[in-house]
Design a protein around this ligand. Structure first.
Ligand SMILES: Nc1nc2c(ncn2[C@@H]2O[C@H](COP(=O)(O)OP(=O)(O)OP(=O)(O)O)[C@@H](O)[C@H]2O)c(=O)[nH]1
Ligand SMILES: [Mg+2]
Length: 401
């Protein structure tokens, strides 16, 4: 049902709003991310359309003038795909589709589509399929039936393609079946985790594309797939790592993103168990990304949702090699200093002064500052290890001390 396809870049336009909750800057940031998502899914963005509105139009999302502008552009440039940054109601979707006569998808749909492309193991595929059906269920209104010729490609992978005409009951049955299937695997996995003994468990968490897998590879000398696209990792990998003379388990798992579809968080609950059950979290951040502070917030929100907020956490600021603060010329007396102008030193000061937890600044790619990373992780893991193996304490000489 889920299709892994070779990619011919599909022409797309993006549509977003500027509202009282979302100023120009924020809207731009979201669209940047949506463009990256589109690229990851195999699309090429030709143009962005942004409209300022108090709230979305209940019938067509955008106003009538704007949608006409989009329609003309789409027709002229032969675009087959319009991607909206926000979730559309089934009614909006239907109306817009009638006007634009192309495929209409929203951010959730796009993320689900990427997950469908990326899911490798049968376990991940089952989770994605479940999320897709849950997304589809309230939208089963024969949405795409008039788009026969447009089938295939972004947003059309998965259950949307064939099951539209069928009735909700079938989808509900399928959802129940998938849940049962997952529950069975969950049980096996939970037993597997139980068999790993009392070793300290450390989990890499963070926004997508921050370098979790790269760090995992450097630290554990393993070969986890890493690339400059979103959601390179869907399945969890666990490796035994030894620092000095201290063994522990390190896991690398799916990255987070803003507006992560709730269906996905739910479906991936068991993948995220690795995080929920970890003793220590390494929260990896891409400090070279202009919105890294927003990313931290989103990750913390999701950690809250899976009840993993109060775990001991070390903040790992990665990609310091790529960090470039904005500069102010000496004779420029107008520009005010903002966080965008902070040097790495200033960021370090800011984060080191926070009460809870530690922070380390590294480059996983250039292998910068990894000694400090190892030292800090070692110290923290040892603290936990000692509570578990109190009589073994003497076996562990201090590392590099
Ligand atoms: N400049 C720079 N790039 C890095 C660094 N670490 C990782 N990268 C790059 O960032 C991109 C994403 O790396 P991944 O390790 O796949 O990131 P991830 O967090 O596992 O991403 P997902 O699995 O997609 O959530 C790759 O192109 C890496 O080469 C770093 O320290 N500096
Ligand atoms: Mg990864």
């Amino acid at each position: 049902m889920i299709e892994k396809s070779k990619i011919n870049y599909e022409k797309a336009v993006l549509i977003g709003l500027i509202t009282q909750f979302q100023d120009v800057e924020k809207s731009n940031e979201y669209l940047d991310e949506l463009e990256f998502l589109t690229y990851t899914a195999g699309g090429e963005v030709l143009k962005r359309f942004v409209q300022k509105m108090d709230s979305p139009n209940s019938k067509t999302f955008m106003g009538s003038g704007k949608i006409e502008e989009v329609r003309e552009y789409i027709e002229k440039h032969d675009v087959g795909l319009a991607i909206f940054d926000d979730e559309l109601t089934p009614a909006q979707q239907k109306n817009i589709e009638r006007i634009l006569e192309c495929k209409i998808i929203d951010r959730t749909n796009l993320i689900l589509d990427i997950f469908a492309q990326r899911a490798k193991t049968s376990y991940a595929r089952t989770q994605v399929e479940l999320a897709q059906y849950q997304y589809l269920l309230p939208r089963l209104t024969g949405l795409w039936t008039h788009l026969e010729r447009q089938r295939g490609g972004i947003g059309m992978r998965g259950p949307g393609e064939t099951e539209i005409e069928t009735d909700r009951r079938i989808v509900r049955d399928r959802i129940a079946l998938l849940k049962k299937k997952l529950a069975k695997v969950d049980k096996q996995m939970s037993v597997q985790r139980g068999n790993r003994g009392a070793l300290v468990r450390v989990a890499l968490v963070g926004y997508t594309n921050v370098g979790k897998s790269t760090l995992m590879n450097v630290i554990s000398k393993s070969k986890v797939f890493a690339e400059n696209k979103l959601f390179a990792t869907l399945d969890t990998t666990v490796r035994k790592v030894v620092i000095g003379n201290l063994p522990f388990l390190l896991s690398d798992t799916v990255g987070f993103i803003r507006k992560l579809p709730t269906q996905l968080v739910e479906s991936f609950k068991s993948t995220l168990d690795e995080v929920t059950e970890a003793d220590l979290l390494l929260h990896v951040v891409d400090i070279s990304h202009p919105s890294f502070e927003h990313h931290i917030e989103s990750v913390n929100t999701i950690l809250g949702e899976i009840e993993a907020s109060d775990k001991p956490t070390i903040m790992i600021f990665n990609k310091i090699d790529a960090y470039k603060p904005e500069t102010i010329d000496e004779d420029d007396l107008v520009t005010e200093k903002t966080k965008a102008h902070y040097t790495l030193e200033e960021w370090k000061q800011t984060w080191m002064n926070r009460e809870n937890g530690e922070s380390i600044f590294i480059s996983a790619l250039k292998k910068e500052n990894l000694d400090e990373f190892r030292k800090t992780v070692y110290k923290k893991v040892k603290e936990i290890h000692i509570t578990r193996f109190p009589y073994n304490q003497f076996l562990y000489d201090d590392y590099m001390e």
